[in-house]
Design a protein. Structure first.
Lengths: 246, 411
């Protein structure tokens, strides 16, 4: 069975909403939650997720809120914190590690902490029994893939195209997937630009998909009530889970 | 055989970063994985030309014939008399396009062309870097797109028009604080998407490795020239070298060749804005180490590590971060850092205009203003070198709105 990872920006429209949303995603078969930490300067993200980050911050999101609501979420579904490195660095990685362990969060996804810069931190995180997810991009050489995936765990985040989240690009990933599989048995999940329409195609040859912008687009739709948002996002998640496993 | 003696070629310094771009704990490459192979390739490509005479002689041709280098070192006779010191201005304002930014855009465009890139992109604050990039793109036949915060588009409308006239496409960036920080975010997003055929000409000594080192190497021609110019006029080293700091390129450019001279004090002047208890751009004075735009350096940030908006009257200093080498030089106590407020900068803007007949850029006015902030004993009888990083033409519309006839007639 191929896995579905759902990215949700924390704290928009509200913290309660984030909790309800995720519990509903669990019911429809989402395997893992990427709980997004709003950041002022999300450079790897396209306009949709960027806007959700900004709105969450404008409505008063604080990192303490993330720690608090994770206690209601992570014990129920496999949860990773996804965020840019600066808040981790500024508040302190040790604080994030201890809070993650308290709330049963299983690890971190940090898109601006590539392999080389992650070195001082990766073993600290792993020694605490948490995961730091590795990224592979379509620009990576075979050599670089080998270097990165040799120490990978949980899953490898394969970026579907050179670009930012939520774009309509696609690239032939088969040679890259082949290289990764040559060097590791760690499952490969593909993310960026995965939605109802693209899921089946993008899931080819990999073990799972990561979906963000397709959900956040609905999260930002001002015409919908909160319960309509939860229903709609959950039904898209269900559809994607079916499509990748057809 | 060409004579290379008078050609500027960078040299390795004791402060060079390691191969991952770390200046002590600062610098590095904090970027999405997609960009890592691109940056690694650029590092290798730059290492190939870094000390290569042929590359730098091509750059030199354009410096001499297109930019108008060497820029003069001018003895500012009237303010020298007033302050009882010898004040020398390194006239980067006389460069083609009006600031030091053209130095590195010429060299980077030549590199980009060698690497077979067809397009260049850049972020810009004051618009000087955007204009300098659009200029070299026109010269070398490269497509050009410039990212500029919407707020800066409004306050630097002349430069926006210049960029368009030069054939560049200007994106007005509406996200975040709508200034330089956000322009750089959008430039990075565009670059991640188009990295394979697009060269990103970063405008200062910031960003992921190798940019901070590469742009410092290139801009160091300023201090290299000034040092020998001053030597032939006065026969001495300066006592102090002063420059304003946005990201820090004109400052490192003039400091670099003096960092190993113990008798020389280099002073970097940050934008004090409305004062340190209010809005400002003093990332060294008031910030703390953090990660933004691919580098670890001092940053203005809140307790959660969210980046704060900077403020300065000058768009080119309106940035919440600073190049990582400055962060390192500060912590090592190798360079002195201080600040100048909007008001002090404006006073200096008028002062230099009326005393010397030189209208400085708002950015450079911060460096000039520092002359009046120094204690008397630190300045009297001293030889002081100031980087006049740019001319004030671009600031005329903004200055006209702020300065009344009364404030202008201050003398
Ligand atoms: C004239 C001038 N001086 C200084 C700066 C600040 O940049 P840096 O600190 O990199 O020299 C700018 C930036 O636009 C500028 O236009």
């Amino acid at each position: 069975m191929k896995k579905l990872v759902a990215y949700i920006t924390t704290g928009y429209p509200s913290l309660d909403f984030t909790v309800d949303m995720i519990l509903s995603l669990k019911e429809v078969g989402v395997d893992t939650i990427e709980l997004g930490i709003p950041f002022s300067d999300p450079v790897a993200d396209g306009p949709i997720i960027e806007k959700a980050n900004l709105k969450a911050l404008q409505s008063g999101f604080k990192i303490q809120n993330l720690f608090d609501i994770s206690k209601e979420i992570a014990p129920q579904i496999d949860t990773l914190w996804m965020g840019y490195f600066n808040p981790f660095y500024h508040i302190g990685l040790d604080k994030f590690i201890s809070e993650a362990k308290k709330s049963k969060v299983n690890g971190f996804i940090i898109p601006d902490l590539p392999f080389e810069e992650a070195q001082p931190y990766k073993s600290i995180i792993e020694n605490e029994g948490l995961n730091l997810i590795d990224f592979i991009a379509p620009t990576d050489s075979r050599e670089r893939i080998k270097k990165i995936v040799s120490s990978s765990n949980k899953f490898i985040y394969l970026v579907a195209y050179a670009g930012i989240t939520g774009a309509k690009h696609s690239e032939d990933l088969m040679p890259i997937i082949k290289s990764i599989k040559e060097f590791t048995n760690t499952p490969v999940y593909v993310g960026f630009g995965v939605n109802q329409a693209t899921a089946k195609e993008k899931a080819k040859g990999v073990d799972g998909v990561i979906v963000g912008s397709a959900f956040i687009k609905i999260l930002l739709d001002e015409r919908l009530t909160n319960s309509q948002k939860i229903d709609k996002i959950s039904s898209i998640a269900k559809e994607i889970k079916e499509k990748i496993n057809e | 055989m060409k004579d290379y003696k008078d050609i500027y070629i960078p040299k390795a310094t004791p402060h060079d970063p390691d191969s991952n771009g770390h200046f002590g704990i600062f610098g590095g490459r904090f970027v999405p994985e997609t960009l890592m192979p691109i940056l690694e390739q650029l590092r290798v490509d730059y290492e190939k030309v870094r000390f290569d005479r042929e590359f730098w002689s091509e750059v030199d041709y354009y410096y001499k014939n297109f930019v108008g280098r060497p820029s003069p070192l001018y003895y500012a006779q009237n303010i020298s008399k007033e302050l009882n010191a010898k004040i020398y201005l390194k006239r980067e304002d006389l460069n083609h396009t009006g600031a030091h930014k053209i130095n590195h855009t010429v060299a980077q465009a030549i590199l980009a062309k060698r690497l077979g890139k067809k397009r260049v992109i850049a972020e810009t604050g004051a618009g000087q870097h955007g204009v300098a990039t659009a200029t070299v793109a026109a010269l070398f036949g490269l497509e050009c797109e410039i990212f500029m915060g919407a707020k800066d588009v409004a306050r630097q409308e002349l430069n926006v028009f210049r960029m368009k006239l030069l054939g560049a496409k200007v994106h007005s960036v509406e996200s975040g604080s709508k200034t330089l920080k956000d322009a750089m975010n959008d430039a990075i997003r565009h670059w991640v998407t188009n990295a394979r055929d697009t060269y990103y000409i970063i405008g200062t000594v910031a960003g992921p490795h190798p940019y901070p080192m590469m742009i410092r190497d290139i801009q160091s021609i300023i201090g290299w020239e000034a040092k020998s110019q001053l030597k032939s006029i006065e026969g001495v080293l300066p006592d102090k070298v002063i420059a304003c700091i946005g990201g820090g390129s004109n400052a490192l450019g003039i400091f670099n060749h003096f960092l190993e001279d113990d008798s020389v004090e280099c002073i970097g002047v940050e934008a004090g804005g409305l004062g340190l208890d209010s809005k400002h751009g003093c990332s060294l004075a008031k910030g703390s180490p953090g990660i933004l735009h691919g580098q670890l350096s001092y940053l203005l940030q809140d307790e959660d590590g969210q980046i704060l908006e900077a403020h300065s009257i000058s768009a080119g200093l309106d940035y919440p971060g600073i190049g990582p080498e400055h962060a390192y030089l500060k912590d090592k106590n190798i360079v002195t850092y201080d600040y100048i407020t909007d008001e002090q900068a404006l006073d200096a803007f008028v002062w230099l205009s009326q005393k010397e007949g030189i209208i400085p850029a708002f950015e450079s006015s911060h460096a000039i203003a520092y002359l009046k902030k120094m204690r008397r004993e630190d300045i009297e009888g001293k030889v002081i070198l100031i980087n006049l990083s740019g001319r004030g033409d671009k600031d005329m519309i903004q200055a006209k709105d702020i300065l009344t006839d009364v404030t202008i007639k201050q003398k």
